[in-house]
Design a binder for this molecule. Sequence first.
Ligand code: GTP
Length: 759
Amino acid sequence: MNGVANDSNGQANGVKNTLTQLQIIDENQHFTQELAQYMKDEWNLADSGFNYNLVAVFGSQSTGKSTLLNRLFGTNFDVMSETARRQTTKGIWMSRGKDMNVLIMDVEGTDGRERGEDQDFERKSALFSMATSNVIIVNLWEHQVGLYQGANMGLLKTVFEVNLQLFQAARGKEKTLLLFVIRDHVGATPLANLANTLTADLERIWQSVSKPEGLENCSIGDYFDFMFTALPHKLLLPDKFEEEVAKLRERFVNTNHKDFVFKPNYSKRVPADGLHVYAEGIWDQIMSNKDLDLPTQQELLAQYRCDEIATVAFDAFLGKIKGFRQPIEAGKIIEGLGPQMEEIRNTTIKQFDKDASRYHSDVYKRKRSEILNKANSQLHVFYLGQLKNLTKKAITTFNARIQEKLKGEGYDFAEVVLNARNEVEDFFKKNAESIVLTETDWTFDEEITQLREGIDEIAAKSRVEETKKMINGLEKAFQAQVNEFVTLYFKSPGSDMWAKIVKKFKEVLDKTEQQLLKKAKSFNSSEEENAKSVENLRKRSWQQLRKKIDDELADNMFLLKLRERFEEKFRYDNEGLPKVWKPEDDIDAHFRKARDDALKLIPLFATIQTDDIELNIPSDEELDFNESLTILSETRQHDLTVRFKRESDAFYLEAKRSVVATTARVPYWVLLLLVVLGWNEFMSIITSPIYLVLFSFFGVIGYIIWLLNLFGPVESFCRMIGSEILKIGSEKVRSGLQQGGPTGEKLSQYLGGESKKEQ
Ligand SMILES: Nc1nc2c(ncn2[C@@H]2O[C@H](COP(=O)(O)OP(=O)(O)OP(=O)(O)O)[C@@H](O)[C@H]2O)c(=O)[nH]1
C-alpha cells in the first residue's frame, strides 16, 4: 500500500510524474488533502481544463482489475501477489495514465468478504465513481457472466440506483459509459453472445430497480451506453492477452477509433483545477448521507473555484494599479491612463476567464461581473481623481489664456472668453472620454458642469475687471473734458454760466454713456448689469463735476475770482487800462459799485442751476443730488463776503491815498514867498566869495553824498564825532574843577558833595 509498487510482471516505474498514484479515499473513508498537489505537481493535469477524462474500475475482488489498469494505462497500482489471494486495493486509488490525459481510479473490489456483509462502502464508492468518472470499466470473469445472483449484478444494481439518484434531472444529457471487460475469455462462447446475456441481465436489473416518481418508464439507454470486450487469460495466453490489451488501449487514446470511449457527453464538466474541490465535496456529501445533487455540487464547486481564481486575479490587479494612486493624489494628470486601466482590467478579466469560464456558467457569469465591478470600482477612484485634476488644469488654463489675451490691445472680450472656453472644454472632454472604460456606466456630466461653473466664475470676474478698466478709461476722458469746460465757463461767470456747464455736462455724459453701452455689448453683460453700470457712470460723473467745481471754488480761489471781478471794475477803466484817480473822481461810488458787482458772484456760484435739464443722476447714501447742487453754504457765503469786504477795503484806501499823493505838492505862492524873503541871503552868498566858495564846497559834498547815498554812514560818523566831543568836553570841565577857581568851586558845589568827601 505504499503507492509505488511494481506490478507483478516487473514493470519498472515509469516517469515519476505520470505514474505516482494517490490513495484519494483511504480505508477509513477519509478524503485526501493532497489531490490538488498531485494534480498539479505529480500528474501535470491542473492546467488541462476539460481536456482530461476519468476512468473508474469496478469489479469483484481479485479479478485482475489492478493488473488490467496497469497494462492498459501504464499505471503502478498494487497488484496482489499470485500466491496470497488477498484483497489488495483498499479504498480508492488514483493515478494518471501514461502519456494520456486520463485519470484512473482503482476502486476497492466488491464482495465484502473482508468487510463482512457491509456493503456501505460499495455503495459509497459507486456513487463517488458515478459522480466523477466518464467511463466505468466493469471487470468480470467470463464465468461470472449470466450468474445473475453473482456479486457483479448486485454491484450493477447499486450502480443503477445511484445513477438514477444522481442524474434523474440530466436524463439523456450526461451519460456514463459502462465498459464490460470479460476476463479469461476462452472463446467458446462468442463475445456477442456474452454481450447479449449481459444486456439481458442488465435490462432485468434495470426493471428491478425502484425508480423515482415520474421516471417509472425511463429506459436504461437514457443513462448508460454499453460496450463489451473480452480479454484472453493473462497467464495462459500472455501474448494474446498483451495484444488484446494494446487493442483495447487504442479505444482510450485514439480519438479516431470507432469505439473511442471518451465521448463529450460522458464528461462530468469538472475542470481539472477544480477536481480536488469537487471530488472532496462529493465525498463529503456522500459521507454525511445527504442527497447528492450534482448540479448543486457543480455550482458549489464553481463558486468556490471562481472565488479562488478571482482572488488570485484581483491580487495581481491591485498590484498593477498601485502606481496610479500617488500621482493622482498629487494632482497630476496621468498620460494614457484610460488605455492603461483598460489593459490592466482586461488582463485581469482574461486571467479570470481563462480558468473560471469552465465552471458552471451562471456562477461564472455572476462571479465575472462581480470581479469586473470590483475592478471597475477600484479604477473609478482614479477616474474621478483624474477628472478632478483635469477640471483643475482646464480652469487654470482658461484663466491663463484670458489673462494672456487681455494683456494685449484691441481684443473682443466675448471672443477671448469663448475661444478660451472652447479650448479648455475640448481639452477636458477629450481627456475625460479617453478614461471612460468599456463595460462601465461612467459619466462626467457633473464634472463638466463643475468646470463650466469654474469658467463662468473666472469669466465673470474678469468681465467685472474689464468693465471697471473700461469705465475708468471713460471716466478719465470724461474728467479731462469736465476740467476743461468748467475752467473755461468759470472764467467768464455770468447768468448763463450754469446753463452752459450743465448742458455741456449732459452732452459729454450722453456720449460717454453710449460708448459704455457699446463696449458693454462685447462683454456679454446683462441688461441689468448695463443699467447698473450706466447708473454708476452718471453718479461718478456728477461727482467728478462737483469735485472740479469745488476745486475751482476753494476759498482762496474764490476770493481771487471776487478780487479779479472787483479789480476789473474798480482799477481798470472801460478800455481795460489802469485807472488813475483824480480828486474830482467819485471813488466811493465807484468802489461801492465794483464791490457790489463782485459780491454778486457769490450767489451766482452758490448753487448749480440745472435749468430743468433732466440729468437723471441717481441719489443714494453716498450722493444726494439735490444737496449736491449747493456749492456754497449760507455760512460760507457770509464768510466769503466778510473776507472779501475786508480785502476790498484795502483797495479803497489805496485809491484814496493815491489822490492825496498827487494833490500834496508845494503851492506856487509859497515858492514866491521863499524867493522874496530869501533874496538878501541869496545876494550875500553870491556876492561874497567866501560864502560862495563855502556854499559851493558844501553843496558839492552834499551832492556827492546824496549821489552815493551815503547819508546813513555820514550820520553815524557825525554822531560818533559828536559823542567824542562831548566826552572830551566833560573831561575838561572835571579837570578844571580839580584845579580850583571861582568857577570851579561853584561848579563843584553844583555837582554835589561827593568830591568833597573824597577829599
Ligand atoms: N486468471 C487470471 N488471473 C489474473 C489475470 N490478471 C491477473 N491475474 C491474477 O489475479 C490476481 C489478482 O490480481 P489483481 O490485479 O491484484 O486483482 P484485483 O482485482 O486488483 O484485486 P483486489 O485489488 O484485491 O480487488 C493476481 O495474482 C494476478 O496475477 C487474468 O487475466 N487471469
